[in-house]
Write a protein that binds this ligand. Structure first.
Ligand SMILES: C[S@@+](CC[C@H](N)C(=O)[O-])C[C@H]1O[C@@H](n2cnc3c(N)ncnc32)[C@H](O)[C@@H]1O
Length: 484
């Protein structure tokens, strides 16, 4: 990249209302001057050195000189003089003395040297942005001198959105760029190729695989250019959490935003579906109780067929895919058919409902263990080993327990658990429709019957439920809570 050294005209330099021109500078082997002596100056010196610049650092007489182990830096302990700008491409006036900084800025202006002045955007000819560094990928944020704090806040947000692995992807893409340009002379063809590759399973390898696996996959994709080979797609089995889109993982969000096809279950909330790529094919796989839009065997085969046709598929499931989600069966079929897949955990209903219900699942004074069971009815009966559920220091979490609630509560009592054991049913946990109905094994079925509950619901049994009185914090639209 070429460094453009046309500094703005002096009359314009004070005008911070004019938008700045964004650019990245090539400073390798170029002389840069920096004046100042504080931790911020140290960081800027390091940053200049990391870009290969030749740095001349002017510090006050008597200041400490740190060893940099780098022969590109020359430190002078003396006052700045105009001759320091000789052969200079860029200067940073970082002194504590505003008059000295202003003098440096004026001298730079005369000599057409780009100059950044500490805390004085109005006399600077360039800004130092907040940077998200995924070298060779850099994201620079600049508020035009209005609010450096806002730039730093935004930087933290962007840091979390761009995983460090993007650096690997950028490096790998750089290694294959020339071959792709040779094979695809038209810019539009190249951009189509890279777009599909980066957003597809190969790009995803940057986050999961070693650098050489990623390199091999890109090389294969480049080899396949111009042939009629269909590259096999990939399936990501993704947990969508219990409902609130804010509870998605970053990885889940990235995947739903790039998938060609999303196969989703009934429990995936509409807010989460809205986050999927606008032109993605959306396939509803259903699974309400006794109302399966697609049978499980057909879902397994559908995933295989879509990936075999080269599609980048996200199989989106409520909560966590490996907890009462039949995710294991789906990926077994994929493994059997040699289709690549990954599994992305989600917040399971137990964790979400417990947190949003103010009911810790374990607590030193109440429960030392916790068990997740399914209350699904088979032939009108709940198949559970009731004897294993008698420990009063163990919390029981029952998924799919609404229809069998009465049977579950009665069976636990019949097998020895105290009728006064606290129990709570959490309806549509983590969402704005959440309600928490509290009672005991004896009273909860009646409380629930009177409350006209809408699934999904989760049952939590054990003395931890009493903690809700102190720990409830989530009060959507002030829904009522029945007392114990
Ligand atoms: C087939 S299971 C799937 C569980 C899911 N894989 C998980 O990890 O949460 C469906 C059951 O999860 C529970 N569930 C899921 N989301 C819920 C929510 N937001 N509130 C309460 N219960 C929920 C209900 O018991 C529902 O019947």
């Amino acid at each position: 990249m070429v460094l453009c050294l046309l500094a703005p005209h002096p009359k314009r330099i004070n005008d911070t209302t004019v938008r700045q021109y964004p650019a990245f500078l090539q400073l390798r082997d170029r002389k840069c001057l920096i004046v100042g002596d504080d931790p911020n100056t140290d960081r800027q010196v390091e940053s200049l050195l990391s870009c290969g610049a030749r740095v001349v650092w002017i510090k006050p007489a008597g200041a400490a000189v740190a060893a940099h182990g780098n022969d590109r830096i020359t430190t002078h302990l003396r006052d700045w003089c105009e001759a320091d700008l000789e052969d200079c491409w860029l200067a940073i006036a970082n002194s504590e003395d505003p008059q000295l900084n202003a003098a440096i800025a004026t001298a730079c202006e005369t000599r057409r040297v780009l100059c950044h002045v500490r805390s004085q955007p109005e006399i600077s000819s360039f800004a130092i942005p907040a940077v998200v560094d995924r070298s060779p990928l850099l994201v620079a944020i600049n508020s035009g001198g209005v609010s450096p704090i806002l730039s730093r806040v935004l930087k933290s947000k962007i840091e979390t959105l761009i995983p460090a692995a993007y650096a690997n992807l950028a490096k790998a893409v750089g290694r294959h760029r020339k071959r792709v340009s040779d094979k695809l002379p038209r810019i539009s063809d190249r951009s189509h190729f890279w777009h599909a590759l980066i957003n597809g399973p190969t790009g995803e390898l940057a986050f999961n695989a070693e650098a050489n696996t990623l390199d091999t996959a890109i090389a294969q994709a480049v080899d396949a250019i111009g042939t009629n080979t269909t590259t096999t797609g990939h399936v990501s089995l993704v947990g969508a959490g219990p409902g609130d889109p804010d509870l998605l993982t970053f990885r889940a969000l990235r995947l739903v935003q790039s998938a060609d096809v999303v196969v989703y279950d009934r429990l995936v909330s509409p807010e989460i579906l809205k986050l999927c790529r606008a032109d993605a094919q959306m396939i509803y796989a259903g699974k309400a109780r006794a109302n399966h839009a697609i049978e499980q065997g057909s879902i397994n085969q559908l995933l295989v067929d879509l990936a075999a046709a080269g599609q980048n598929v996200v199989r989106l499931k409520g909560g966590d895919p490996f907890i009462f989600g039949r995710g294991g069966e789906e990926i077994e079929t994929l493994a059997h058919q040699n289709i690549g897949f990954q599994v992305v955990p989600g917040i399971t209903a137990a964790a979400g409902c417990a947190a949003f219900g103010g009911i810790p699942l374990t607590h030193r004074d109440h429960a030392q263990s916790c068990v997740f069971v399914t209350g699904h009815l088979r032939n009108g009966e709940v198949n559970m080993n009731w004897q294993d559920l008698q420990d009063p220091t163990q919390t029981i979490v029952v998924y799919m327990g609404l229809v069998g609630l009465k049977t579950i509560c009665e069976s636990l009592v019949d097998n020895g658990r105290a009728a006064a054991t606290p129990a709570a049913l959490i309806e549509q946990g983590t969402t704005q429709s959440q309600r928490v109905l509290c009672g005991t094994l004896e009273t909860l079925p009646e409380v629930v019957q009177k409350a006209a509950v809408n699934p999904p619901t989760l049952l939590i049994i054990g003395s931890v439920v009493t903690l809700r009185d102190k720990l409830a914090w989530f009060h959507p639209a002030q829904k009522s809570t029945a007392p114990l």
